[in-house]
Design a protein around this ligand. Sequence first.
Ligand SMILES: *Cc1c(COP(=O)(O)O)cnc(C)c1O
Length: 222
Amino acid sequence: MDFENARKVLEKVYKKAPDVCVVAATKTVPASIMNQIESELNIKYVGENRVQELLSKYEEASECKTWHFIGQLQTNKVKYIINKVELIQSCDRLSLANEIERQASKINKVQSVLVEVNMAGEESKGGESAQNAIALIEEIAKLPHVKVEGLMSVLPNLEDKVLLDRYYDELYQLFEEVKKANIKNTDIHTLSAGMSGDWERAVDHGANMIRLGSILFGKRVY
Ligand SMILES: *Cc1c(COP(=O)(O)O)cnc(C)c1O
């Protein structure tokens, strides 16, 4: 793969947002290419959204040191990734947090998570409603082996940019509220939002972590 285009994209990203944390969303990207991400692009974080795919590439993509899980996570699959991921970005329900607690405690780990919020109330996506997010975080915060470090959201790809801006505003407000709530056993510092199509909008609305896939690695076949 030619990383030239990806480098140009990243130049633009860091020019606009020097401190943003870029996570390479690597679904469908072969392990051999993933192994070059840090050396070629200086990106330290890779995010997978399917457990099966993460497991199938994990050994071979050994140059990738810091893995995130960014997709919908079935409770019964937590055990497969608990010792592999630094951050689970898609913690969206208490039952999942409880299982993360159970598996993390077994290996004496405190698992960092982001709580995923579903700003547009889309049925097809995971995520707690914005309305219930703080209550969920308060419950998760009681779990000693789970640490909430912020919020993640996958916003819809809307034609209506006014509405999209409203969702982004609401997301940022929620992030600020969660920080101010100062919930014990949390350390709220990350707002993960924005993908290839909307990273600029996300950064403009206070996201400090963006998840980039196709804009770096080319269009996916599916
Ligand atoms: C695939 C994926 C991304 C990246 O999407 P692109 O549009 O290819 O940048 C980001 N976040 C999640 C949760 C994803 O599954």
